[in-house]
Design a binder for this molecule. Structure first.
Ligand code: NAD
Length: 488
């Protein structure tokens, strides 16, 4: 395939098909603001068909040995690697990214596929001791059945991989509802997977607007597990909808992550990581550094250097650019309005603060890389996730203030600290209330074999990917074997 598809169909039962209503919605390029294609605007009837397809294909897949399922996922990983350039081009167009970044993300998706393919050889339970003589007690993993997966738009290829591959290796059928801003990459990856040998109808993709097509999936009586990556607001809705039918639910939600810079930090390294963690991918990372907490002793030096580095950033999607646009006009308008309210409440904007105005960028959804200071930890901009390039910098008077400020957030996804002091580093890493803590680097950068997830409003306690993702997509079953029944 070359270029961006003019129409992105659903993939149901192994066939491309439009929404049954025939309705479509435009996909806009974040870089230009112009329409680049149209996606199916699906509804409950499309979800019904997709769930029936996944349900129909699942028993044979579940009966396929895990090792064989892994071999098929290895073939899918290889095919995705072969098609990496095409995938990256689609991602770059629909998500508004540099091609090298999109290629890196496609590579990360392949890596994730390989990890879960390998898990097909390790779908183990446990053998326990029994309290009864001549009795064996053990656990095995069984598939949940049908997995309903909903993803965000920020890194479309890894977002697909983090959910689809663990769901498949555990023996489930899948209905995926990708983000409406990045539909083509998910459709393309599912097509590549089918062409590489995934049984037809097992992996279904249904496009559409979240509020319309999401609830029919999350509330569907024949869906057994829901995994969602997106905002905390929608995550709460999903927990309610899915809770009514007592579905298993995994929620990977927002973050407002603290990057701490102590007085003994390597300041060049700290500025390097603050810049990457705040502005790469235009700040659209759940693990972005959006609250930067700096010791008084080094505050002025850090801020001066951070502002200078930020002013030197180049916006655009060419290879030599540092950050692209945000995903859509709604997100851009929200971050600009929040910055304006913060200014009205007394915040100082050290650089940026609004929409990019250069002729080449002004039609796109470009937010200037922005740094804000002079904000109360209780202010709106300290608590609200903006999902854009808008970090706030805070001044603290010593380590005792650090944990309190880092934890003064409704979220608890990731955190990082820059220090040469092992005691401070490990005390922070152990005690900060997050699911991930990093020493001397950015708040982002998770690996596919590690369990990722957050506490508080960042999730509901599950971890994906890593081996722990198998707990989301499989049910443990206890088996008791009475070896000599007459003696029991
Ligand atoms: P969003 O919640 O608006 O949308 C995410 C997905 O949910 C989309 O596919 C959307 O169509 C769908 N959706 C919307 N309403 C729905 C509903 N009522 N029922 C079911 N599905 C619905 O989030 P967004 O703004 O697109 O993405 C950014 C958010 O995702 C941020 O909060 C970010 O932190 C979070 N995120 C979290 C992780 C993580 O692993 N924790 C990773 C990436 C992004």
């Amino acid at each position: 395939m070359t270029g961006y598809p003019s129409f992105i169909p659903n993939l149901v039962g192994g066939a491309d098909c439009p929404a049954q209503s025939g309705e479509q919605v435009e996909v806009l390029s974040p870089h230009t603001g112009a329409a680049i294609g149209r996606l199916s605007r699906s509804g409950a009837e499309d979800i019904d068909r997709a769930v029936a397809s996944a349900r129909g294909a699942q028993p044979a897949w579940a009966a396929t040995p895990g090792v064989r399922r892994g071999e098929i996922l290895h073939a899918v990983a290889n095919a995705l690697e072969t098609h990496r350039q095409e995938l990256a081009q689609i991602v770059a167009l629909e998500a508004g990214k540099r091609l090298p970044d999109a290629l890196g993300e496609a590579g990360a998706a392949v890596q994730c596929a390989r990890f879960f393919a390998g898990e097909g050889q390790r779908l183990f339970g446990r053998t326990m001791t029994s309290g009864t003589p001549h009795r064996w007690a053990m656990t095995i993993r069984r598939p949940c059945g049908v997995a309903g997966l909903i993803t965000a738009a920020n890194t479309p290829a890894p977002n697909f991989a983090w959910k689809v591959f663990p769901a498949l290796i555990c023996g489930n059928g899948v209905v995926l509802k990708p983000a409406e801003d990045t539909p083509a990459s998910a459709w393309f990856m599912a097509k590549v997977a089918e062409d590489a040998g995934l049984p037809s109808g097992l992996l279904n993709v249904v496009h559409g607007l979240g509020a319309e097509v999401g609830p029919p999936l999350t509330g569907h009586a024949d869906v057994d597990v829901i995994s969602f990556t997106g905002s905390t607001r929608v995550g709460r809705e999903i927990a309610e909808t899915a809770g009514r039918s007592l579905k298993k639910v995994s929620l990977e939600l927002g973050g407002k992550n603290a990057l701490v810079i102590c007085d003994d930090a390597d300041l060049d390294n700290a500025v390097h990581w603050a810049k990457l963690a705040s502005f790469s991918n235009a700040g659209q990372r759940c693990a972005a550094s959006s609250r930067i907490i700096v010791f008084d002793e080094v505050y002025d030096a850090f801020v001066e250097s951070f502002v200078a580095a930020t002013r030197a950033l180049k916006l655009g999607v060419e290879d030599d650019c540092d950050l692209g646009p945000v995903i859509n006009a709604r997100q851009l308008a929200n971050m600009i309005a929040t910055v304006e309210r913060a200014k009205a409440a007394g915040a100082r904007v050290l650089t940026g603060g609004g929409r990019a105005t250069e002729p080449a960028l002004r039609e796109g959804f470009y937010m200037q890389p922005t740094i804000i200071e002079g904000v109360d930890p209780a202010a709106e901009i300290s608590g609200a996730e903006l999902f854009g390039p808008v970090p706030v910098v805070y001044r603290v008077k010593g380590f005792q203030e650090v944990l309190a400020l880092a934890d003064a957030s409704p979220y608890g996804l990731t955190a990082a600290i820059h220090t040469r002091d092992v005691d401070r580093a490990l005390t922070f890493a152990e005690q900060v209330r997050t699911g991930v803590a990093v020493i001397n680097a950015g708040t982002h950068g998770s690996e596919p074999h590690m369990p990722f997830g957050g506490v508080k409003a960042s999730g509901n306690g599950t971890r994906e990917p890593g081996t722990e993702a198998l707990d989301v997509y499989s049910e443990l079953k206890d088996i008791y074997v009475n070896v000599r029944p007459e003696r029991v």
